[in-house]
Write a protein that binds this ligand. Structure first.
Ligand code: ADP
Ligand code: MG
Length: 748
């Protein structure tokens, strides 16, 4: 079952139509009879009388600005206080709910411990019980002798005194009406995600009365969809998710909201796909003899997976509608060659290719690799980074020269960092865009590059897009986030790769590990040592960057750690070896120089931050040692490990750690990134692994990705609607939602 803490509730993408003023009209007419009314759900929270400026600010901090945001702030879990028991039946260490009359109220101050204790005693026909609250002195004024109250909490026993400790409490107004509607006790009580300054009690207090007013709202999902999948209607679901009748109704409500989120994401990506299919692209004919020539010049033969996927890509690019393809392949599976063939084919047919990599180091590596392997074909290749600007036939040239050559169409393949999408970059005939390890921004980057296309000014040609990633994304997530992409899987490693031996190195084994590294290096091999950041909220930051390779991993702390490690290694441990240092704060030229020296074998051991995570290819390096390895995520560790084992020599991954974790042992057992991703999901759950925010995706949707059926259902429902109404002109409510969703994702 999905852990409920993933139901964190900053669910941002919803809007609904309703009116607070005429709820009855809506109840009778909400089936499309009313024209779309200005949504009151979009009303700001300050319009709710109970919410003053202080609370407005706290809510805003959570991203809650409208009534809608507040209603979609879902509980993280529920306390079951639905059964009230007689006081005599209370048991020590058990949580329960009792009702009784207040017998006495007193407040005690314990000065030494800076403590105020509010103590009341309540009684029912079976007995009496004490209840204590700590440091909530205002409570003394809440309870009066003779008042009927409900208390829910845990009975504790200390020094032979029994009391309910900090119970939830509620006055019971037992008037003539026997139906008592309790909010904080006597039911399944919603507990909201923990936030400073916003108690669950307060949230229950504001949300509950809102629900009554909104239950007649128009359902944002089409009626046909709701009935086809037998979903709980919106009004019912919003009530049940906050104040459920049973855990079953919670489940049904959650499922419905998860579907709703997925459905709108699907609508949005599928619409994007339809839009793209209507766009024009250059049809690039596949030059089979050229491709055959190329593969003959390679020092290895292609894997079957490389053959199949490059054929598919080349065939796709023959069409006059833009390709939109994600090439997924584990670290070292040889994605670059596949991209290179397509770029070669485009260049030889007279078109330009832009190839964008996340870091300058990586762009440089691709540039050198392209020059080397494409030499026989006489294509001008350029590189454009913030510092490194060069073209293959002249070497280092000025930035303006590169720009000019690209603009007049002399450069066939332009490789670079995001400098490629900056102002002033123009192409004559750009027809193909490759993005390496940048899956997240694909569509926008292509759009940015396409704008710089100077071809036949009037007509709009969208370049074909190939994104490449080693991030193993489960199919359900891929379908959701990349619903507009075709997926190609490179599921085979080049032949002859040896298994990388992976070991956890505990503190006692450190000396032996260093000795081992020295031996390997003396045998002519090279090694990496990676240092983690050492700041305290590092976990958080790491998660935030895990799937955004563009992020600068090298915080000041990591740089410090690297410098210290470098000093230690070069002075004390390996004074006899040639050691280099690499981190993100170094100048581009310095970084490049170090990488070149390492590649050329002039440096034996490279101490680095995680900047080397993505893509670096040095076949002679056989050792990847990772300091504080428990501090990295599985995907990242797997990426590091993928930096070695690229040549003919046996390679090793040494995981230095004082705290061997499940994650680390998973790494010992699995070589395959996709298997590891599954393990990671199992250990941490989808919300943590993929960090909802990174994908601009609500947590509930994220948590539901494990439910492949639900994802498929949402996709089918969205497809069904778009098949009949591709522009959604007959579904104004849906269109509005999709627009808002797009806006949100673009702002992230
Ligand atoms: P990734 O998929 O991680 O980007 P690369 O494209 O960098 O992997 O390839 C990793 C290494 O494997 C490179 O040195 C590349 O030249 C080499 N390689 C690629 N394809 C093959 C193959 N079919 N046989 C042997 N080596 C290959
Ligand atoms: Mg790569």
């Amino acid at each position: 079952m999905i852990n409920q803490r993933f139901v964190l509730a900053n669910l941002k993408i919803f809007l609904l139509f309703f009116t607070k003023t005429f709820p009855t009209i809506i109840i009778y007419q909400y089936n499309r009879i009313l024209p779309a009314m200005p949504s009151k759900l979009s009303q700001e929270i300050k319009s709710i009388p109970k919410i003053g400026p202080a609370y407005q600010a706290r809510l805003k901090h959570l991203g809650i600005e409208t009534v809608k945001d507040l209603l979609y702030h879902f509980p993280a879990r529920y306390e079951d206080f639905s059964v009230q028991i007689p006081i005599a039946d209370l048991k020590v260490d058990e949580t329960a709910c009792v009702q009784g009359i207040v017998e006495s109220v007193k407040m005690v101050r314990v000065w030494k411990r800076h403590l105020t204790i509010t103590e009341i005693v309540i009684s029912d026909s079976t007995g009496k019980i004490k209840a204590l609250w700590f440091n909530q002195p205002y409570l003394a004024g809440t309870f009066k002798k003779g008042l009927a109250v409900c208390l829910a909490g845990k009975l504790v026993e200390k020094k032979s005194s029994r009391y309910l400790s900090n119970p939830m409490y509620e006055k019971v107004n037992d008037g003539p009406d026997s139906e008592i509607d309790l909010t904080h006790t006597g039911r399944l009580v919603p507990i909201y995600p923990q936030t400073a300054g916003l108690s669950s009690r307060w949230l229950r207090y504001v949300i509950k009365p809102l629900l009554a007013g909104y239950s007649g709202l128009r359902d944002p999902l089409p009626d046909a969809t709701v009935s086809a999948y037998e979903f709980m209607p919106w009004g019912e679901a919003i009530r049940q998710i906050h104040f459920p009748e049973s855990l079953n109704t919670v489940k049904a409500a959650r499922k419905r909201f998860a579907f709703e989120e997925l459905f709108f994401i699907q609508l949005s990506v599928l619409q994007e796909r339809i839009r793209l299919n209507n766009e024009q692209a250059e049809a690039i004919t596949m030059d089979l003899p050229l491709i055959q020539d190329f593969t003959k010049t390679l020092p290895f033969s292609l894997t079957e997976a490389q053959r199949i996927s490059s054929y598919r890509i080349l065939k796709d690019m023959e069409k006059n509608r833009p390709m939109n393809r994600l090439l997924q392949g584990d670290v070292g599976s040889g994605k670059t060659i596949v991209a290179m063939m397509a770029a070669l084919n485009a260049a030889k047919t007279g078109y330009q290719t832009a190839f964008m990599a996340p870091t300058e180091i990586l762009a440089t590596q691709h540039y050198e690799n392209f020059i080397k392997l494409l030499k026989p074909f006489g294509i001008e290749i350029g590189i454009l980074c913030s510092k490194h600007t060069a073209v293959s036939s002249f070497g280092q040239v000025s930035k303006s020269t590169v720009l000019e050559l690209a603009k007049i169409g002399k450069i066939g393949i332009l490789i670079g960092t995001n400098a490629l999408i900056q102002k002033g970059v123009a192409f004559k005939k750009l027809a193909f865009v490759i993005l390496d390890e940048q899956h997240r921004f694909g569509v926008e980057q292509r759009a940015a590059l396409a704008k710089n296309n100077q071809t036949r000014k009037r007509e709009k040609f969208t370049p074909h897009l190939l994104s490449m990633t080693a991030t193993p994304i489960p199919r359900s997530l891929a379908l959701t986030i990349y619903g507009d992409l075709d997926l190609t899987l490179l599921d085979e490693m080049p032949k002859g790769r040896k298994r990388i031996e992976t070991k956890i190195v505990k503190p006692d084994d450190r000396a032996a590990a260093y000795e081992f590294i020295r031996r390997e290096i003396k045998n002519g091999r090279q090694a990496f040592i990676v240092c983690p950041r050492i700041d305290t909220d590092e976990e958080e930051k790491r998660d935030a960057i895990l799937f955004d390779p563009k992020a600068d991993y090298s915080g000041a702390e990591a740089v410090k750690a690297v410098k210290e490690e470098y000093d230690k290694l070069s002075k004390k441990i390996f004074p006899d070896l040639r050691i280099g240092m690499l981190h993100g704060k170094m100048k581009a030229a310095e970084k490049q120089e170090i990488m070149e020296k390492f590649k050329a074998g002039i440096i034996d051991l490279l101490v680095s931050t995680s900047v080397i995570e993505v893509g670096i290819d040095v076949p002679n390096a056989t050792i990847m040692a990772i300091e504080g390895s428990h501090k990295f995520g599985l995907a990242q560790l797997h990426q590091f490990r993928g930096r070695v084992g690229r040549g003919e020599h046996q390679s090793y991954c040494l995981l230095f750690s004082d705290y061997p974790t499940r994650r680390l042992s998973a790494l010992l057992r699995h070589d395959n990134g996709f298997e590891l991703a599954e393990k990671d999901l199992e250990i941490r759950g989808p919300g943590e692994v993929f960090g909802s925010q990174q994908w601009g995706m609500p947590d509930l949707a994220m948590a539901s990705l494990a439910d492949v059926f639900l994802v498929e259902k949402s996709r089918n429902a969205a497809k069904g609607i778009l098949a009949r109404d591709p522009t959604l002109e007959n579904h104004p409510l849906l269109l509005e939602r999709v627009k808002q969703l797009k806006q949100r994702t673009h702002l992230e």
